[in-house]
Write a protein of this length. Structure first.
Length: 88
């Protein structure tokens, strides 16, 4: 067996793709849309994503494109619970 430098660790394609996906709930928050709307956009092909194990995931690049195109709705931050701050 030839000796030399140890082989570089090459990430699996699946690992790279998982880094580029967000779940539907996060995509809905980022885009200011409801979860049912995100599912509809995915099924219609209006938003890039894929189904893995029966669950939909949204492409992070697709979310970025929606932001760049100005398709994001402003959301009311009061709709999302804030983490309570604990006093030390």
């Amino acid at each position: 067996m030839p000796r030399g430098k140890p082989a570089e660790r090459v990430p699996l394609l699946a690992e790279q793709e998982e880094d580029d996906l967000v779940d539907v709930a996060l995509a809905a928050r980022l885009l200011g849309k409801s979860r049912p709307s995100i599912y509809r956009y995915l099924e219609e092909g209006r938003l890039g994503g894929r189904k893995i194990g029966g669950r939909w995931y949204v492409s992070r690049a697709a979310v970025d494109r929606w932001w760049e195109a100005g398709l994001v709705q402003q959301t009311n931050p009061e709709h999302y619970p804030r983490k309570s701050k604990t006093k030390s």
